[in-house]
Design a protein around this ligand. Structure first.
Ligand code: BGC
Length: 761
């Protein structure tokens, strides 16, 4: 009876929610229909146009080139324009001076924070903390919306298995399951549960699709893969973001099956619209349409028509839609229905954001003054940074450090505000970032003596530094010979009890168009590390990076390595918290670190091959391996140490056989066996042992981050059903297949307990 009442209540709620959604939709449709009935073709095409803002000044908004176009109804939105004053000024032109007064949508690359910067996404993903990740997106949305922005080009959910690719920094690593959870958390954080509020912003999932699989890790390069791989290993995070309600999606630069994603009907219509039922709009990446000419698909008119027909709605920067679609319509190369559909979807997005009700709703100077860069936001940034750090090595408990010693802080990243925030931090004021040196000084107050030396440049090669620095970040190059700079550091180190070496990649060594064929730490920095090690004093590497690095030598020679990625505004404070043990590190890698670049792509969820190498072996003739390096990663997916240790009980299953839709309970008891309280991410993997297609040797299917006081034990339960065992088969049907499965649980993909179970019909 109680159950029945409950069901009736639930059904009523569902009905009310549904009915509300239907009324909203009906209202929106009526509004958009009415508006579109008044629009000329030119005005419709204008909505599909998204120019970059350039450097509009407030006073000139109306007369600038953009201002003129806005007045003529030739602009649908603008991106990367910053400040309420500027946004208000151009919005005013749109809603007061254009014929139909249609408001503009304002986008920005709010990738890992707005003014308060959080760790780069690869770092954030290493926290494995979905609530925290959602919170960072919430803060980013609050700050961005307080400053006039209502649309972010995030989350970037491209699976990346190649650390040469600089944009691995912008995503969540190599795994589709983890990537999907993060995609959903980010969308929830940005959009909240009501897009029409003034502190939520529309998400734009990117880069659809497969952008992270660029050949040789070279940005914008060709992508090619089987449909099975696509569906099982690369598409899930985009789909997850769409299911979480993302309002827009960005097509990628790369080709898929020989057709650039920007004109790829299979991706943009068959999968996105027909299979996934996506209701939002599609925007291209920056000049994505124009670039199809270089891809070899034809002139601007041809490629613009191809993009529209494939399912693109908005043209970023290139103005191919604006300048050619009319001609294509006249020539019968596109239809008015196709133009109407695109226009409608963009107007709907503006409607959902509430811009027709109040075009200035994100332009509240008061909010801009109070909601940005608050103490509360900085607190989230500090926590996010701390949770993202991955302790790779800690020989003889080198860490945590004591606060009462003489500490030498050395390295090109020790005192560099500009490089704390990482790539794609377009809105922030990096001068507010806390350096390693400042953070350590803050933490020790007067209790320890803190010394500093730069120790080396980022790289010896000036031309390389210049290429890294095209955006003008200052690397404060020291023009003295390398030996002199190192000697100065050694003099400083001689006075210290312990050396903290802040080394690795500066911000722009990863990110867009920052691919590297050599993913080691630059030689001049390694020379510095080597010289510091020779002092015989304990050396701790605080390793900055936007990608997995090949640091075999460092891992063999340096006693402690803490990977801090590019941690954001609160960098130094968070680093100090972890170095001194006020916070116990708990990050786990979301992408494999190879021993050398020749192993790439190297990822944990690989296939077995017909000739797998025997367990624990390096080499066997006629097996799948290398002559000069073992198959093992240097650090595996899911790996990360803590100042404490955790032990795992054997896995307990509530049954050894399940039927479809029955639940399998997987239980382990985890115990904190060390001397510190700490968090552990318990990871669950499966392997489908026999099937109609080959399966990975391990696949992540669940995880839980738990906190254990020293000595404390907790039972962790995971539930598996046949749904979790599904995959796309060779007909691209999402199915499970009865048979034997293995389940693995542990604190890293390469350190797990295992049990088997059967799925029967
Ligand atoms: C990048 C996108 C970005 C866009 C707008 C492009 O170059 O690939 O990720 O959102 O620029 O700034």
């Amino acid at each position: 009876m109680k159950f029945l009442k409950h069901m009736v209540a639930l059904t009523t709620i569902a009905f009310v929610v549904n009915a509300k959604a239907q009324t909203t939709n009906a209202k929106m449709n009526a509004f958009v229909n009415n508006l579109m009935s008044k629009m000329t073709l030119d005005e419709k095409l204008g909505q599909l146009n998204l120019p970059g803002a350039g450097d509009i000044t407030t006073g000139q908004a109306s007369n600038s080139d953009i201002g003129v176009k806005i007045r003529e109804g030739k602009v649908g939105g603008l991106f990367n324009i910053k400040s309420v004053a500027k946004i208000k000024a151009v919005q005013k032109v749109a809603v007061e001076e254009s014929r139909l007064k249609i408001p503009l949508i304002f986008g920005m690359d709010v990738i890992h924070g707005y003014q308060t910067e959080f760790p780069i996404p690869l770092g954030l993903s290493a926290s494995w903390d979905m609530k925290l990740i959602e919170k960072t997106a919430r803060v980013a949305a609050t700050e961005a919306s307080a400053d006039g922005i209502c649309w972010t080009f995030s989350p970037m959910v491209d699976i990346a298995r190649d650390p040469r690719w600089g944009r691995i920094a912008e995503g969540s690593g190599e795994d589709a399951y983890l990537g999907s959870q993060i995609a959903k958390a980010m969308v929830r954080g940005y959009q909240g549960n009501d897009l029409s509020k003034n502190n939520t912003i529309m998400a734009c999932v990117k880069h659809y699709a497969l952008y992270g699989a660029a050949e040789a890790g070279r940005d914008y390069n060709t992508t090619d893969m089987s449909r099975i791989r696509m569906y099982n290993e690369y598409l899930p995070p985009y789909k997850a973001a769409i299911e979480a309600g993302a309002g827009s999606i960005m097509s990628s630069f790369n080709e898929v099956d020989g057709i650039p994603a920007t004109a790829n009907k299979f991706l943009l219509t068959d999968v996105l619209r027909n299979q996934w039922k996506f209701k939002g709009f599609v925007v291209t990446d920056y000049t994505g349409i124009n670039e199809m000419t270089a891809h070899g698909l034809g002139d601007l008119q041809t490629v613009s028509a191809l993009a529209l027909k494939a399912g693109v709605d908005m043209d970023m920067v290139g103005e191919g839609f604006l300048t050619t679609l009319k001609k294509s319509l006249d020539e019968g190369k596109v239809t008015i229905e196709q133009i109407n559909t695109a226009c409608r979807l963009i107007l709907e997005a503006k409607y959902k954001l509430g811009l027709f009700d109040d075009p200035y709703k994100y332009c509240d100077e008061k909010r801009a003054a109070t909601d940005i860069f608050t103490d509360a936001n900085l607190k989230v940034a500090r926590e996010a940074a701390e949770q993202s750090f991955v302790l790779l090595k800690n020989k003889n408990n080198t860490l945590p450090l004591q606060k009462n010693k003489t500490i030498a802080v050395i390295g090109p990243l020790a005192d560099s505000k500009e490089n704390m925030v990482g790539t794609w931090a377009v809105a922030t004021d990096f001068t507010k970032a806390i350096t390693v040196l400042d953070g350590i000084k803050n933490a020790v107050a007067n209790k320890a003596n803190v010394l500093y030396a730069k120790g080396s440049n980022v790289a010896e090669d000036v031309a390389f530094e210049d290429r890294v620095n095209v955006f003008g970040k200052n690397l404060s190059r020291d023009t003295r010979p390398a030996e002199v700079i190192i000697k100065e550091a050694l003099d400083v180190a001689a006075k210290a009890d312990v050396i903290v070496a802040a080394v690795g990649e500066v911000a722009e060594m990863s990110g867009e168009c920052s691919s590297r064929s050599d993913i080691t730490i630059p030689e001049v920095q390694r020379n510095l590390i080597n010289a510091l090690l020779k002092t015989g004093k304990p050396v701790v590497l605080v390793l900055f990076t936007g990608r997995p690095l090949a640091i075999k030598w460092e891992s063999e020679n340096v006693p402690a390595i803490l990977t801090v990625w590019h941690p954001g505004t609160e960098a130094g404070n968070a680093i100090a918290d972890v170095l001194f043990g006020d916070v116990n590190p708990s990050g786990k890698l979301s992408a494999t670190w190879p021993q050398n670049v020749g192993q790439v792509p190297l990822y944990y969820n690989h296939k077995n091959t017909g000739r797998p190498l025997g367990e624990g072996k390096w080499f066997e003739k006629f097996r799948s391996n290398y002559l000069d390096v073992s198959n093992d990663p240097l650090y595996a997916f899911g790996y990360g140490l803590s100042y404490t240790t955790f032990s795992y009980s054997d896995i307990l299953l509530n049954k050894s056989t399940i039927k479809p839709n029955e639940k399998l309970d997987v239980k382990v008891t985890v115990t904190n066996t060390g001397n510190y309280d700490g968090a552990e991410t318990v990871q669950l993997y499966i392997r489908d042992m026999v099937g109609s297609i080959t399966h990975p040797v391990k696949e992540l299917k669940g995880f839980e981050k738990i906190f254990l006081k020293k000595g404390e034990s907790k039972d962790v339960h995971f539930t598996l059903t046949s749904e979790d065992l599904k995959f796309y088969n060779s007909d691209l049907k999402f199915v499970y297949e009865p048979g034997t499965f293995k389940v693995f649980v542990g604190g890293s993909s390469d350190n797990t307990k295992e049990k088997s179970f059967e799925l029967v019909k």
